[in-house]
Design a protein around this ligand. Structure first.
Ligand code: AMP
Ligand code: MG
Length: 406
């Protein structure tokens, strides 16, 4: 009997909407971690600047701090050198009328002063400094809070922390941050024909490659891989493997066994021990993609063809991991012109493996790889982008603009 309680052969948009809807129910818990361990984690709260940045007015250059009011309108003026303020100085001399203090980059502007004349523009004669007309009032001073004022929103909840974001938090003196727990991903490759690399191949056997690839993709998308294994095409073994994985993971990803073949047990197993939210999406590669839940886990049954596995991981699993991590930033849309005509032999949406190049005018071009077969790893390994050819359209001319999957 065919169970029609879930949608099948749906479009890409609808599939992503269903994933988003379920992912919203699976937000990862929040934990507070030291800043040093927060790389690639996602902020779970808004964070505001606890103090201004820079914290105090300071010099942008090495030079001499003085009062703008004392700058000569013409000719030059002699200033009395009353002391030094180097970066890290704990005190600074008060600068009065006609006086100046030697200052270095990052040192606090001494009281009384409001302008820095750079070292290269003055001549120093013993205790005196000669400043010519033409210097700008207020020059070379970085005002307190000019970067972030106290209380400014530094990062909204949902911001992923890269190098620049970590630097901002450190500069603001934040040493611990509330972030989403790293998603835990279980990767299970299925198929009786699979043999581990390093083992000799018997008749009809192939070397297993999806588990390693999907685990690498999971780590690339910021997840922790908690299970990485191979299971035979046996419903009982698959059932046990999924239930075991569900105890440790937030997201389970399998490859293989989701089509309509005799050995494709996963839809039946998922129906038994969990729930199916959709089966089959009108995309190529990746038509047989299965999505549902097992226990508290989101479950993705990706097709076994290696390219289909890789592409559906990027399209669906990465999308789900971002959603459960609460990432709010939308990836920038990227586009390119096709640098060769393309004929789509079906109505489904297609993710074409392409190599990108930018010409002298700054126009980005996408060259579809000659090997677009969903079992052909070469087309994946030798390209750097997926061009999305939407549903229905079939003929693409050279120069047509296509969207690149983020
Ligand atoms: P399936 O989705 O199980 O029907 O598998 C589709 C194709 O992908 C078959 O040619 C499989 O041999 C191949 N395949 C399945 N799983 C893997 C894997 N883990 N590594 C490499 N190839 C695979
Ligand atoms: Mg199989």
């Amino acid at each position: 009997m065919v169970d029609l309680s879930y949608p099948t052969r749906i479009g890409l948009e609808q599939a992503l909407q269903i994933v988003a809807g379920r992912a919203a129910q699976h937000r990862l818990p929040v934990e507070t971690v030291p800043l040093a361990g927060a790389q690639d984690r996602v902020m779970a709260e808004d964070i505001r600047a606890p103090h201004p940045l820079p914290p105090f007015a300071n010099s942008a250059m090495d030079g001499f701090a003085l009062r703008a009011a004392d700058l000569p309108a013409r000719g030059e003026r002699r200033f009395m050198l009353i002391g030094d303020v180097f970066a890290g100085a704990t005190a600074a001399p008060e600068v009065g009328e006609g006086q100046c203090a030697r200052i270095t980059t990052g040192a606090p502007i001494p009281p009384g002063a409001d302008t820095v004349v750079i070292r290269e523009n003055v001549s120093v004669e013993g205790e005196h400094v000669m400043v010519k007309a033409g210097e700008k009032a207020g020059a070379n001073v970085r005002a307190a809070g000019e970067d972030y004022a106290e209380g400014d929103l530094a990062f909204a909840s949902g911001t992923a922390l890269g190098a620049a974001q970590l630097a901002v938090l450190a500069a603001l003196g934040v040493d611990r941050v509330p972030v989403r727990r790293q998603p835990r991903v279980a990767v299970i490759a299925t198929g009786n024909e699979l043999v581990a690399a390093g083992q000799p191949l018997g008749f009809g056997q192939i070397h297993e490659s999806n588990a390693l690839m999907l685990a690498a993709q999971a780590r690339e998308s910021g997840a922790q891989v908690v299970v990485q294994r191979c299971v035979r095409d046996d419903p009982e073994a698959l059932r046990i493997a999924l239930l075991d994985a569900a105890a440790d993971a937030d997201v389970i990803v399998t490859s293989g066994g989701v089509s309509a073949g005799e050995a494709d047990h996963l839809p039946g197993v998922l129906r038994d021990i969990g729930e199916i939210h959709f089966h089959k999406v009108r995309v190529k590669p990746g038509m047989p993609t299965l999505f549902g839940e097992v226990g508290a886990c989101l479950y993705f049954g990706l097709p076994g063809n290696p390219v289909a596995s890789a592409v559906t991981y990027r399209v669906f699993v990465t999308f789900a991991l971002r959603a459960i991590s609460g990432i709010t930033t939308v990836s920038k849309p990227r586009r390119a012109r096709l640098d060769a005509p393309l004929h789509k032999r079906h109505a489904r949406a297609e993710f074409a493996r392409c190599s990108l190049r930018v010409d002298d005018e700054g126009v980005q071009w996408a060259r579809p790889h000659a090997k677009q077969g969903s079992g052909m790893l070469r087309g994946l390994a030798e390209t750097d982008a997926l061009a999305l050819l939407p549903e229905d359209a079939r003929e693409y001319a050279e120069g047509d603009v296509v969207m690149l999957w983020p």
